[in-house]
Ligand binder design. Structure first.
Ligand SMILES: [Zn+2]
Length: 469
């Protein structure tokens, strides 16, 4: 039985968006919905309603229209946009749909000073509480509470498989599988000479020469990838590696794109072997892929040619989805690729819940409510963000434990992103080794489901609903 949702007419042109947002909140809580046009038949109503339904309080249409100008306000310990606090309510009452929409669609990301040049929320975004709260989860729980109290609904679908109360997805972006790259540095030097940037050219030439000398020994970054694999095998878990097929030397690339060729034999064989042994391999889309469907289609084609299978997930290099409407980029991903999910709504120099969530959801276009037709697995902790989260190792691990505690409280999933080259003593003070030790104790927690992103999305899309049918 689906939850019948009625959106009050007072929402005007925002009704479709409000429904889509409310649908996500109810879905996270474990029920599916249908939208109905007759308020008397509704089981839940957003806005003023005459029927016997559960009523979700709604802010005014003016609050919806002016949401982008909202300021953060602390409401009972939760940082929310002031526009979603109902006028005249005391103690203050929050409109959970408007609040969730604000975070889920990244409305704050478009405010001045919130993001860096590549469109990723920076330190300033912490004023919206994203480093210490998952606001959308609170909104979902508030609505679930209303539904449970007022209705004899069927039991909600479980958040996770039997016996599991939270989940962890380990992921790796493959940016630099080789530290010593004589040919790549030489190519870079030539490009710099053409560009009359002689200092950089000289530096790249030196790196090329040094790399050539070091080639005879082991490559520490290649060893690091192997170490991640060994660590996971020993723990009996699997992760996802996102591999790029467009390098910075390919047409249409950006200088920030990866310096390796996925077709290099050692790399290709390694990736195919990992895939055969249960690891997930996704596409690490190039820096510009979001802006040009031809680039993305080419990267998918190269992926298939190289590895002989298709990726089910995509993550943009540098979390790059442009600085405008990022959901439109996801719609393009859905149209042009074989993808079931994206996992690009991550953070760089901070850790936390960029879109207010620690559970997979279906991103939608903020203006229309139209679905992007992709799932999103929200990344929570990236290596560099955790490195920046404290001055000592203990501070950093404490920051990660705090995010895990929030995730556990919401029965959510924490998604870690550790670059493949990080399990190397010289990289970020060896932080990856300590995170791996944390993983060992998490793997011993029988309540935690450690799964690949693909498994988690399959659970959220299909398996969890079979438990109640
Ligand atoms: Zn990357």
């Amino acid at each position: 039985m689906k939850v019948r949702v009625f959106i009050a007419e007072q929402l005007g042109c925002h009704a479709d968006v409000a429904y889509e947002c409310l649908r996500q909140l109810i879905m996270i809580a474990g029920w599916q919905t249908e939208r109905i046009r007759e308020e008397r038949e509704a089981s839940i109503c957003y806005g003023d309603c005459m029927g016997p339904a559960v009523i979700v309080p709604s802010a005014s249409i003016q609050a919806w229209a002016g949401l982008s100008d909202a300021n953060p306000v602390n409401c009972g310990g939760l940082i929310v946009p002031d526009r979603c606090v109902l006028q005249g309510s005391n103690p203050p009452i929050i409109d959970p749909v408007l609040c969730a929409h604000f975070f889920m669609c990244g409305v704050y990301e478009k405010q001045p000073g919130m993001t860096d040049g590549t469109g990723i929320p920076g330190l300033g975004a912490a004023r919206w509480g994203i480093t210490q709260q998952a606001a959308v989860q609170h909104c979902s729980e508030q609505i679930a509470g209303l539904l449970r109290r007022a209705l004899v609904l069927q039991t909600p679908a479980p958040a996770w498989p039997r016996g599991k109360t939270w989940a962890l997805a380990l992921t790796h972006d493959c940016d630099q599988p080789f530290r010593y790259r004589p040919r790549a540095f030489l190519k870079e030097a030539i490009a710099y000479i053409r560009d009359h940037r002689l200092r950089q050219a000289a530096l790249s030439l030196m790196k090329s020469g040094y790399s050539a000398v070091r080639l005879v020994g082991q490559d520490p970054y290649w060893d690091s990838w192997q170490r991640w694999e060994d660590t996971e095998r020993a723990l009996g878990v699997r992760s996802a590696f996102y591999v790029a097929t467009r390098s910075r030397f390919s047409a249409g690339s950006d200088v920030r794109d990866v310096p390796y060729a996925a077709s290099k034999r050692a790399l290709r064989d390694h990736v195919v072997r990992l895939h055969d042994q249960g690891w997930e391999i996704g596409l690490h889309a190039s820096f510009n892929a979001w802006s040009d469907r031809c680039l993305l289609e080419e990267e998918v084609e190269w992926f298939e040619q190289c590895f002989r299978f298709l990726p089910q997930g995509v993550r943009s290099h540098f979390w790059s989805l442009g600085t405008g409407n990022r959901e439109k980029a996801l719609s393009m991903f859905a149209e042009c690729g074989p993808f079931r999910y994206d996992s690009s709504f991550g953070l760089d120099a901070i850790c936390g819940f960029r879109r207010g969530l620690c559970y997979p959801y279906r991103p939608y276009i903020a203006e229309s409510g139209a679905s992007t037709r992709l799932w999103e697995l929200p990344p929570t902790v990236m290596d560099w963000g955790l490195q920046c989260a404290g001055k000592s190792r203990d501070d950093r691990l404490q920051a990660m434990r705090a995010l895990i505690a929030i995730t556990q409280q919401h029965h959510g999933v924490i998604t870690l992103d550790w670059h493949e080259y990080t399990m190397c003593r010289g990289v970020m003070d060896g932080l990856a080794f300590h995170v791996a030790a944390e993983l060992e104790s998490i793997a011993a927690d029988s309540g935690c489901w450690i799964a690949t992103p693909g498994e988690i999305i399959a659970w959220c899309e299909e398996e969890r609903w079979k438990q109640v049918s």
